[in-house]
Design a protein around this ligand. Structure first.
Ligand SMILES: [Zn+2]
Length: 451
């Protein structure tokens, strides 16, 4: 029997938009076709999607949602996956923040806590590794093939430690993810700055810090024969440096960027102040243009958010002293709407390219494909419908409980209407109907190369 019938949507495919209906059964996609009204006559829920665009549920492979030692009580995988599903993200990959997940035992504990609360399916990443002494096989047995490390504080590993980690992880078929900024350049830049003004912040995270670290880490990965995922590339030049290693194709290299690096430049900090405090820092308008080009032409493989939740009051303190609040932006709920509006609607991206950036490629890179990332029969019944309607972005309209968004006041024309997860209506108009615990942990195997 059909659980959910989505009628007459414009479905995004590799080739473009195609009018059709989608039927789900027992949490999977049961049928897709031009007219399913006969076979879906017994559907429990019918969604009339005339004029709406249908995508597979988006996948955010980079979030920070759960850290009992760091985040306040009301910020955890429960409230943050509610924000995710409200914005059409039906799968997340959660990374460590302050509390180490550097042993399989710590991982199992985090998994259990997240399973109790998650509104959407999730995978986990181990980290943050500051030395090379890692039980790689133990993590693989626990369903986690990805390992996070940093070239910068507060979780900095030195080159020898990164090389050790890469050697072990590469041999076992895992992937190392690296935050790439040079600590030496960051330290020097910071020492030259005097004052507390928000506009100083981007100056404390120079472009060269990113370029130097991506290059260094690229050579280390190539030498160690280890698949590399460069997280949150913040500049077009950074994408170009990372692409040198990706093009050599000796080992897979995945290039990720985030909406904040496409939406904002350092010039926007004058207006938005601490609400744009983020690491890596924002770059010049020229670098933003070059980054859009890299997203469009396929140099960048995927978009994720680096979602980092904080409360508005906490962030406000940065107006007086930008060095006080934590760096990081909430973004999981606005990622898809940002890319549809400022990417597709503005003519920078095609619908098929969007599908690749936030559904298909993340699913393949993270090891969720073919279960996630496409609207094929037999895959998980996770999908999102967007409707065409003008509005002004306001944190008040979001499910996110931190009370702010860096996109406040932007004028957009596409909005998430309905989200289906596991065959059930999970959100409507950013109101969350999914429940804590609806999401499941997704164990992942060693990496399969996708080129
Ligand atoms: Zn991160």
């Amino acid at each position: 029997m059909t659980d959910c019938l989505v009628e007459n949507a414009r479905i995004v495919t590799d080739a473009g938009l195609q009018r059709g209906s989608i039927a789900t059964e027992d949490g999977s996609i049961a049928a897709i076709g031009p007219d399913l009204s006969a076979s879906g006559a017994d559907a429990e829920t019918v969604v009339q999607a005339d004029g709406m665009v249908a995508l597979p549920g988006a996948i955010d492979v980079h979030t920070h949602m759960h850290d009992a030692g760091l985040f306040p009580d009301d910020i955890d995988i429960g409230t943050q996956t509610a924000s995710a599903v409200a914005g059409g993200v039906t799968t997340v990959v959660e990374l460590p923040t302050q509390t180490p997940v550097t042993t399989p035992a710590a991982l199992r504990e985090k998994r259990a806590r997240c399973e109790d609360r998650a509104h959407v399916d999730f995978g986990l990443v181990a980290g943050n590794f500051q030395d090379g002494d890692v039980d790689v096989e133990g993590f693989l047995e626990a369903g986690v093939p990805e390992f996070k490390t940093f070239t910068a504080e507060p979780y900095r590993a030195d080159d020898a430690a990164i090389l050790d980690l890469m050697t072990e992880v590469g041999a076992a078929g895992g992937t190392v993810r690296v935050h790439c900024e040079s600590q030496a350049i960051l330290d020097d830049a910071r020492a030259r700055l005097d004052g507390t003004d928000p506009e100083l912040y981007p100056q404390s995270r120079p472009l060269e810090a990113e370029l130097e670290a991506i290059g260094r880490v690229g050579w280390l990965a190539e030498y160690a024969d280890c698949p590399l995922h460069v997280v949150h590339i913040s500049s077009g030049s950074g994408a170009a440096v990372a692409d040198r290693f990706a093009s050599r194709a000796n080992v897979p290299v995945t290039l990720e960027t985030c909406p904040q690096y496409l939406a904002f430049s350092a010039d926007d900090v004058a207006d938005r102040g601490p609400f744009l405090k983020v690491n890596p820092g924002l770059k010049s308008p020229d670098e933003v243009d070059r980054l859009w080009q890299a997203v469009r032409d396929g140099t960048i493989d995927l978009v994720a958010t680096d979602h980092f939740p904080t409360h508005r009051e906490d962030r406000e303190r940065g107006w007086d002293d930008i060095w006080v609040p934590y760096a990081g932006l909430p973004g999981v709920e606005t990622m898809l709407e940002f890319l549809v509006n400022e990417g597709v609607h503005e003519g920078r991206l095609s619908w098929p390219r969007l599908l690749e950036l936030v559904c298909a490629r993340p699913a393949r890179e993270a090891g969720f494909f073919p279960r996630k990332g496409s609207l094929a029969v037999g895959t998980d019944a996770d999908l999102v419908l967007l409707r065409n309607e003008g509005y002004e972005v306001s944190a008040e309209d979001l499910a996110y409980n931190g009370g702010w968004t860096p996109f406040e006041g932007r004028t957009w024309n596409w909005r998430v209407d309905t989200v289906v997860a596991d065959g059930s209506i999970a959100a409507r108009d950013h109101d969350v109907l999914a429940e804590p615990g609806d999401g499941s942990f997704l164990p992942r195997g060693p990496r399969v190369s996708t080129g």
